[in-house]
Design a protein around this ligand. Structure first.
Ligand code: UT7
Length: 328
């Protein structure tokens, strides 16, 4: 009988555009202050595109991940790009990236689960790998949130940044890698965080643009409360389903939306703050890119080592939430 397969992350990559927008820059754009942004969110600066497209960022991150895994584009079986800000409505950004990587035999699709997208993608890739369907999967979380940001709305424009993080997923017969995933959603909260116009329900018109309906709108305070609960709960569920608890966790990679959400979710879970990875100060909230970039940097900084038990947990528009447990 064939041995049971597990999914390992064998390469990671990231890309943020070079342009940095600091809190001091924002003070000159809207009625805000470095003090408010730092205290309420933990963010000091964020990277924004200047001429680059989402597929440019994704391609750079993907090349690094491929190199880390010792693979070429032509080795890929599947490319998944998680994004809410694709280059265009269609074709999918994953197809555009496939061309850049010359990944001729890869199937491609984009995934829409907002900030939880990288975790949703890990879960999907895990199914393809453990079933023996595919051997080499490229998963990317990437966003150009600056393209849907209203730069006159101080309640949202201080929060977001652009970037991409990529991972190569491959099978192993060792009992390690992805050991559990948990996904959830609650469409009752669909109105709390959304871009109203530009889809088929409300196609873009001069009037929708005049009203700013092509920009992201968020009911921040209500979203905050659900985020704390949902991120903690998702992590608990993913751990409990394989008989583990917070006591077994070496490193938590939370979605980087707000330092106060991260701290409260870690407290809910019972985790010490030195086990929680935070890089929000440098990048802000990059939606589905946040988890991927945080994972990349935690590995680079030696916070995740071979054998570490990692729990990733995220929350986003939808509302969606999810978590993933990985034995590194
Ligand atoms: O990525 C996944 C989903 N996203 C999230 O999980 C984000 C969730 N929400 C949050 O992170 C927080 O709710 C925010 C950071 C967006 C806002 O923080 P808050 O503590 O919930 O503030 P608030 O919205 O309750 O606003 C408090 C005050 C208001 O003034 P008044 O009404 O008390 O006079 C706002 O007008 O802060 C004001 N305010 C600002 N002041 C200075 C809002 N934005 C700003 C700003 N600068 N940028």
């Amino acid at each position: 009988m064939d041995k049971k397969l597990f999914t390992r992350i064998t390469g990671l990559g990231m890309c943020v555009p070079p342009k940095i927008l600091t809190n001091a820059d924002l003070e000159r754009m809207v009625d805000t202050s470095d003090e408010w942004i730092t205290q309420r969110t933990g963010i000091k600066e964020r990277h924004l595109v200047e001429g680059q497209t989402l597929s440019d960022l994704v391609t750079v991150a993907s090349r690094e991940a491929l190199q880390g895994a010792g693979l070429k584009g032509e080795d890929l079986d599947l490319i998944i790009v998680s994004t809410t800000t694709p280059d265009m409505q269609f074709p999918s950004t994953s197809c555009l990236v496939q061309k850049e990587l010359a990944a001729k035999k890869a199937a491609c699709f984009d995934l829409a689960a907002a900030c939880t997208g990288f975790i949703y993608g890990l879960s999907i890739a895990n199914q393809f790998i453990t079933s023996g369907t595919y051997k080499n999967i490229l998963l990317i979380g990437g966003e150009v949130l600056s393209s849907i940001t209203d730069w006159q709305d101080r309640s949202t424009c201080v929060l977001f940044g652009d970037g991409a993080g990529a991972a190569i997923l491959q099978p192993t017969t060792e009992e390690r890698g992805v050991i559990s995933t948990y996904l959830a959603a609650d469409g009752n909260f669909a109105d709390f965080l959304k871009v109203s116009a530009g889809g088929s329900r409300q196609p873009a018109t001069v009037e929708t643009v005049r009203q700013g309906l092509h920009f992201l709108k968020m009911r921040g305070n209500e979203t905050f409360k659900v985020a704390v609960r949902a991120m903690g709960e998702a992590a608990k569920q993913a751990l409990a389903s394989v008989g583990l608890s917070y006591k077994d966790v070496d490193c938590m990679i939370p979605h980087q939306a707000n330092i106060r959400i991260i701290k409260a979710a870690a407290k809910n879970l019972g985790l010490d703050k030195d086990k929680v990875f935070v890089n929000i100060e440098k990048y802000g909230n990059m939606s589905s890119a946040s988890s991927a970039v945080a994972l990349y940097e935690a590995v680079q900084q030696g916070k995740i080592k071979q054998g570490s038990l990692v729990v990733m947990t995220a929350f986003g528009s939808g509302f969606t939430s999810g978590a993933c447990v990985i034995r590194w």
